[in-house]
Ligand binder design. Structure first.
Ligand SMILES: Cc1ncc(COP(=O)(O)O)c(C=O)c1O
Length: 401
């Protein structure tokens, strides 16, 4: 893996950056494209923000992103991030006391909190399916989730790629079955765009939230919400602005020239839309550099390195290969996650997240085009130095941490 793409990113060269997963890393040329949009906005703010012009720019982004996601452009609206989009959905669903929201034991903590908040307000309750680990087959996953459906299940909420465990969950069959049973389906695809192949129309989830700023490499602040046409009427934008009008159904003409759904969600007062407008530059960057091939190389390195390190530490990976991506969780001996994170950064110059999940501790390795095998070897040696023999007492932490 020596594609020489490191120079295309703005990352600090003194850090071995193995955490693309948390916030992404944006290529310098895409950041320049965002600055270009901001310059244009500052040159003539009134003309730039005029919905007649901005609407056309939003349409270009939606069209390009829809092609990437296997979706229809009119079903996509911009959100700051997946958290915002999922909050909007969770807080809009018509839930009653005793209704059940079925999710898994691998979910992102902030989205668990979102459902907790909603349950406290509505009297609904969260139920969890335990995803079998190691995850070896779609059947095992499907059975584990479907077994937890009950006559009271109203919502199925699943990560597409899990945060603490980095599993690409095979959600197609459970989404289809939930829909067949009239259960609302909500997918947290925060990591999925650019990391795994997507076809949102074929998946058919009612609500799918995602980020462009992680693996699609747009500037930060570019998330989206994809809503199945029949579900649009359930939602209201978090901010009521000029694009909203009372009494309209989603397909009616809206006040700003698109349909009522798009008008209501796209315009949010004086808000810098440059991150969203730069999604097209991120997609162009990926095309120009043959990103499908780059990602395949990265995935290979991530899985091989994870397998090697896990083997050295006496652990196995959490899933068979079909459920692994270029972001892989590696089990390490039990330790304080923050201390290990800080020690790896301070002593080895390695930025990698460390998570506690149930009674396990993981480092989550992300490989992107700027990484090489030298980076994964550095991680391997840093972990072996601390953990060889699995002795927690050998973790060295910087003084004062
Ligand atoms: C599964 C999952 N959901 C949601 C999020 C939140 O993403 P954002 O902060 O961009 O909203 C993350 C972030 O890593 C995540 O891993």
């Amino acid at each position: 893996m020596a594609r020489g793409l490191t120079d295309l990113f703005a990352l600090d060269p003194s850090v071995t950056f193995l955490n693309h997963g948390s916030y992404g890393a944006c290529p310098a040329i895409v950041i320049a494209a965002q600055r270009g949009w901001q310059d244009a906005l500052e040159r003539q703010p009134v003309a730039f923000m005029d919905p007649r012009h901005l609407r056309a720019r939003f349409a270009e982004v939606r069209a390009a992103l829809a092609a990437e996601l296997g979706a229809r452009a009119e079903d996509l609206v911009w959100a700051t991030n997946a958290t915002e989009a999922l909050n909007l959905v969770a807080r809009a669903l018509p839930l009653q006391p005793g209704d059940e929201i079925l999710t898994t034991d691998h979910e992102y903590a902030a989205i668990d909190k979102t459902w907790d908040f909603v349950c406290r307000r509505t009297g609904a309750v969260v139920r969890r399916a335990e995803v079998p680990v190691p995850l070896v087959s779609e059947e095992a996953f499907t059975e584990a989730v479907l077994a937890r459906l009950s006559p009271r299940t109203r919502v199925l909420s699943l990560s597409h790629v899990t945060s603490p465990t980095a599993l690409a969950l095979p959600i197609g069959r459970v989404v289809a079955e939930a829909r067949r049973q009239g259960i609302l389906t909500v997918v947290d695809g925060a990591h999925a765009p650019g990391l795994i192949a997507l076809s949102l129309d074929a998946l058919g989830a009612d609500f799918y939230a995602g980020n462009c700023h992680k693996w699609l490499m747009s500037p930060k602040g570019a998330g989206f919400l994809h809503v199945r046409a029949a579900m649009k009427g359930l939602l209201a934008p978090s901010i009521i602005s000029h694009g909203w009008a009372p009494g309209l159904s989603p397909r009616d003409s809206g006040p700003l020239g698109d349909d009522a759904f798009l008008d209501a969600f796209q315009f949010r007062g004086t808000r810098d839309p440059s991150a969203w407008l730069s999604v097209t530059a991120a997609l162009a960057f990926r095309r120009e550099h043959d990103w499908a091939a780059v990602s395949a190389d990265c995935r290979r390195l991530a899985i091989d390195a994870a397998r090697l390190i896990a083997g050295d530490l006496g652990a196995g990976l959490l899933a068979a290969e079909p459920f692994l991506t270029q972001m892989v969780a590696i089990t390490v001996p039990s330790c304080d996650p923050l201390q290990l994170h800080d020690a790896l950064l301070a002593e080895d110059g390695i930025e990698i997240p460390v998570f506690r999940w149930k009674d396990r501790t993981f480092v989550r390795l992300s490989i992107q085009a700027y990484n090489t095998e030298a980076d994964t070897e550095r991680l391997r040696h840093a972990l072996l130095r601390r953990f060889a023999g699995g002795d927690q007492a050998r973790i060295r932490v910087p003084s004062g941490s």
